[in-house]
Design a protein around this ligand. Sequence first.
Ligand code: NAD
Ligand code: SF4
Length: 441
Amino acid sequence: MSKKLLLKNAHIEGIRYFETYRKHGGYEAAEKALKMKPEEILEEVKTSGLRGRGGAGFPTGMKWSFLAKPEGVPRHLVVNADESEPGTFKDRYLMEFLPHLLIEGMLISSYTLGSNTSYIYIRGEYSWIPDILEEAIEEAKAAGFLGKNILGTGFDLEIYVQRGAGAYICGEETALLESLEGRRGNPRLKPPFPAVKGLWERPTVVNNVESIAAVVPIIEIGGAEYAKIGVGRSTGTKLISACGNINKPGVYEIDMTITVEEFIYSDEYCGGIPNGKKLKACIPGGSSVPIVPANLLLKTINGEPRYMNYESLADGGFATGTMMGSGGFIVLDEDQCVVNHTMTLARFYNHESCGQCTPCREGTGWMYKILKKIEKGEGKMEDIDLLWDIQRKIEGNTICPLGDAAAWPVAAAIRHFRDEFEWHVNNPELSQTQNYGIANY
Ligand code: NAD
Ligand code: SF4
């Protein structure tokens, strides 16, 4: 049984509201934190080993310690709630059912960072959630946990919710900041990182919703206790949103010591694959991370079980491993066609490219066109090599990671499922009417 830190009270009726949240220990971590010095809280977060839960896994305490503190310049905390990675919906769950956990985490984090004005930038498609967050903000303010002179400490904090307009690229932190400033969401070149030059050129920490929510249990139990949960550099708990061909899609909190096999087949989590179908592959960290076939998903190349954590999922590099990413766990059964799936993703990245850099703007379009051709049975063998060549020319040659995110799924699909691409080329008539998976299993 996995340890629950974030979702331990999620089942309680009315936990969305301040009164119920408070009755179950809510804002006690904030009360404790506000009696500590900001440097002490920073140390707890560093000791906890918490890594950014948005996808990159960058150590949160280290990011906070990079925040520049020039005299007289305001600093900001911006919560990245632009959760748009296909397959990822764990932040939505947190904000919808536990909004006060996020607000409490923001209060502790803002106090630590010295931010008196903090923001939640939320994905436009999550249209019903801003009202939930704004109601929670009002409740917290009425109870003295936001606003002026919080709990008599002299610390002031206002939190604003900003709705996005539906662009995936605004989840990239610098595009998000551009959008928050009222401009088109085009990513900026890094460095400078937001910690030095962020919102309105002020030092800014941009953190994912789950990362900020995790600060609450870290203060509750202490960084050292938090670090004992999990394994290696994968400390604490992680939310996973599971979807695809599984019996029990949903959001699960895991302690990163369970195996991938247990996660997929145990009744506590995904509950296995419907209709007794075989597992074909999985994309464990949202659509941007490489797809892995079943044999490499359940075991590493050395025959060790693969675990649901940062290190084990990445074991073997991109040749045989993948990434934890955002925790958007997409399962494909034996009936699925990898070419069709890859084409769908290529269309997505092509549509979402902001168009600033040529390799991404042009390359994503080319990849989509070629994949569409192959999938329809109109491709040639050379097209598979051309596709490989294009993705290599995108990777590492763009301003932001969207280019890499578009290239990696294509590379992994060709690397592990070349036979499916070749089947489409060799069976033009069949591939117009049949899906590779159904035709071949
Ligand atoms: P990144 O590795 O460039 O940066 C991670 C974080 O660390 C950033 O906040 C960055 O500012 C900070 N950082 C890194 N080096 C720093 C330094 N020297 N000084 C100060 N700060 C520093 O990755 P990223 O672009 O933030 O994120 C990419 C990830 O986002 C991908 O791995 C993908 O999984 C994920 N993603 C998630 C979603 C979602 O919906 N959750 C959507 C798209 C992509
Ligand atoms: Fe825009 Fe793509 Fe370049 Fe990112 S990689 S800045 S999305 S064109």
